[in-house]
Every structure is written in structure tokens, then in C-alpha cells.
Design a binder for this molecule. Structure first.
Ligand SMILES: O=C(O)C(=O)C[C@@H](O)[C@H](O)[C@H](O)COP(=O)(O)O
Length: 365
């Protein structure tokens, strides 16, 4: 008998640049890291219309061929069909393992583009260029890629880390208010699970019109730093990375039941965090939603009535990836900045948490 131990532990280090006007930095970095003639730019259709010139300046000095692959905006693009279309296009143009793929857009483009990069030729070099607040503070960092399936959100995917993330806040100049508010939810999440001081800094910022000023640059950099810290400790979500899922088991169920694209991911996560706070409080933890209260009107203003069939929502929660031995596992709070994973057995408390959160938006509940 022979006893072979195969060790494939790998760690990867990559830069996350946040700033205004990163063009020269990006061009220089691309030149230093890649020697291919071509790059694939998987890009959200709106970003392509609004910012194509900027991307050309970034890429053209380094690559002879820049292939733009446009994807329709919205959550529906996180589909098997869209993955196939992008992969088909790349493979029919011709690609080598060293040809980089740059994903330019919000969370949808990043998740889809990242998943394409992770699967074509079993892995292409990936660069994330997030163009929404949500993508800058969350989805472009940490290597979660994927698409949705009829049975649930993000159920097909891979952990696949990029070579770099470039968050240029110039892209935020064309972001509409709805998308700012969507991204704010993930920053509030960092406030809840890690640094409640973010709530205070942030209140003054969201009471003005949204402009990508220096204060925003620091909030984005701080949020990206929290995310990087957590992912660095637990890249594959076997422990503390699950805390980044605060509000998401509820939120993903809401997105699915409402129909993908009907409410945005951040809106759903905001509702989910209210439910998770309520559940935490029912268990006797000292969590009251006061810090979230000042942000509630932002969401109430832009959201249409939510699905109110709580049984259907609870059913949808059961396809969450944290489910273990058929047990629903929720990220709750012992107190602000103290998250933990709770095995949920009390469905009447779960129901009450949903009813509380939905009642903030559907006044008749
Ligand atoms: O990076 C993570 O880990 C997160 O959970 C961040 C979430 O905000 C993000 O929405 C993530 O894509 C959700 O992942 P999932 O594993 O619940 O599909």
C-alpha cells in the first residue's frame, strides 16, 4: 500500500485599486502583466454605451485586438443561456489560456464574466472593473462567480479569484440613484457585521445627492478593505466568510419569488437585513434596527410592493447554499458587529421576521 498526500494549497495575492481616474495605472498594470495580443472585454450594454471611450484608452495601448462582448443589463443575464453565448463568442473568435478577460460592469457582469473566465479553457486571467457602487464594495472582490438557476440564486458557479480589481469612481458619475441605493445595502452590511461607525459616517453622505466625491472614495475603500480582510481569512467560505451573507438568505429568496430583476439585489438584501435583525432581537440579542431607520426611506421611495406569501418565501430560502442536513442556517447578530450562524428551527420566529420586514414596504401586512 502506498500513502500519497497531495498538497495543492494555493494562495493568491491581488491588488484592489480604488480611486478617481485610474486609466494610467490600469494601462501600465496591463502592460506589465500580460503579453498577449488580445483581450476580451465582457461589458454591460449601458456601460459600453456610456464609457466605451474610457475603456479604449485603457486597453488600446496594450493590446492589438480588443474584443468587446456586450451583455444585456439586469439580473436575467446571470443565466446559463448568457454564459453559453459569451463562451461561444470567445471560443469562436479564438482564445488562449493566457488571454485575459476583463469584466466591466456591475455585479451581474462581474459574476457572469468571472464565471466565463473560470470555465473557458478551465481558466482565463480575469480582471474586474466594477462600475457600480455594489460591485466596487462587494461583488468584484473575493472571487465568487456564478449564475442563477431556476431553483435559486447563484446556484451554479465557482470561486475564481481575479488578477486585479480596478474601481474607478468616474464610472459612478453615470449611475442612477436607484443603483446607488442598491449598493448602499452592502455597505450597511459591513456596518452591521463589522464596523457600526460606518452608519454614522454614512448618514450625512446619503442625505445629499449622490456624487462620487472623496468621501465616497474613502467609504468604498473602507468597505473593500473589510471585504478583503474577511475573504483573506476564509476564501472558500468554510467559516467567517458566511457573515458576508448577512441578510442574503432572506434577500435571495425575495429576488427569486419576486422574479429575477424585479427588485435589485441590494434592495432585497436591505429587506433581508431588517428580517435578520428582527430574528436576532426575537432571540433576545441586543439588536434594534435604529441604525437602519435613517436609510429606510431611501428604499421605501424606490421599491414597489413586495411579494407577501411568506410560505413561498420560506420555501425559497431552502435552496440557500448554507443549508446543511436540511437545516436552514441564517447569519444573525449577537449585537452590532458580532455576527454568528444560527441553525433555524423556529419557523414561527422566521415567519415573524419576514412579516416585520415586509411590513416596512407593504403597509397592509
Ligand atoms: O462574497 C461573499 O462571500 C458574499 O457572500 C457577498 C455577498 O454580498 C454576495 O451577494 C454574494 O454573491 C452572495 O453569495 P452566495 O454564496 O450567497 O451566492
Amino acid at each position: 500500500m502506498s500513502n500519497i498526500n497531495l498538497d495543492i494549497t494555493t494562495r493568491k495575492e491581488y491588488p484592489i485599486e480604488v480611486g478617481k481616474g485610474l486609466g494610467n495605472t490600469v494601462s501600465a498594470w496591463l502592460g506589465e502583466h500580460y503579453s498577449t495580443d488580445s483581450v476580451f472585454v465582457v461589458i454591460d450594454e449601458n456601460v459600453n454605451n456610456l464609457h466605451r471611450e474610457r475603456l479604449e484608452k485603457w486597453c488600446q495601448p496594450q493590446f492589438k485586438h480588443v474584443y468587446y462582448i456586450e451583455i444585456p443589463e439586469g439580473e436575467r443575464s446571470k443565466s446559463i443561456q448568457q454564459w453559453k453565448e459569451v463562451a461561444d463568442e470567445i471560443l469562436s473568435i479564438g482564445v488562449e489560456r493566457s488571454t485575459p478577460l476583463m469584466a466591466v460592469g456591475g455585479g451581474v457582469t462581474g459574476d457572469l464574466g468571472g464565471f466565463v473566465a473560470s470555465t473557458v479553457l478551465r481558466g482565463l486571467p480575469l480582471i474586474h472593473v466594477p462600475t457600480t457602487l455594489l460591485a466596487m464594495v462587494d461583488s468584484s472582490i473575493g472571487g465568487k462567480t456564478g449564475i442563477n438557476h431556476n431553483t435559486g440564486k447563484n446556484l451554479i458557479g465557482a470561486f475564481y479569484q481575479p488578477d486585479a480589481v480596478f474601481a474607478d469612481v468616474h464610472f459612478l458619475d453615470t449611475l442612477d440613484d436607484k443603483e446607488w441605493v442598491t449598493g448602499i445595502a452592502e455597505i450597511l452590511k459591513y456596518g452591521a457585521i463589522r464596523n457600526p461607525d460606518l452608519f454614522k459616517d454614512f448618514e450625512s453622505l446619503v442625505n445629499k445627492s449622490f456624487t462620487a466625491n472623496e468621501q465616497w472614495v474613502s467609504v468604498i475603500a473602507e468597505s473593500a478593505g473589510i471585504k478583503a480582510d474577511i475573504v483573506q481569512e476564509d476564501a472558500l467560505e468554510s467559516g467567517i466568510r458566511a457573515y458576508l451573507n448577512f441578510g442574503h438568505t432572506f434577500g435571495h429568496a425575495l429576488e427569486k419569488v419576486a422574479g429575477y430583476g424585479t427588485i435589485t439585489h441590494g434592495e432585497a438584501v436591505f429587506v433581508g437585513m431588517l428580517a435578520a435583525c428582527n430574528f436576532s432581537a426575537q432571540l433576545g440579542h441586543s439588536v434594534d434596527i435604529t441604525p437602519f431607520k435613517s436609510f429606510l426611506p431611501l428604499y421605501q421611495r424606490q421599491m414597489s410592493p413586495l411579494p407577501d406569501d411568506v410560505d413561498e418565501l420560506i420555501e425559497a430560502m431552502k435552496s440557500d447554499k448554507k443549508v446543511k442536513n436540511n437545516m436552514l442556517r441564517l447569519v444573525l447578530l449577537n449585537s452590532w458587529a458580532s455576527p454568528y450562524v444560527h441553525d433555524c428551527t423556529d419557523y414561527s420566529a422566521l415567519r415573524e421576521a419576514w412579516e416585520f420586514a415586509l411590513s416596512q414596504f407593504n403597509k397592509s401586512i
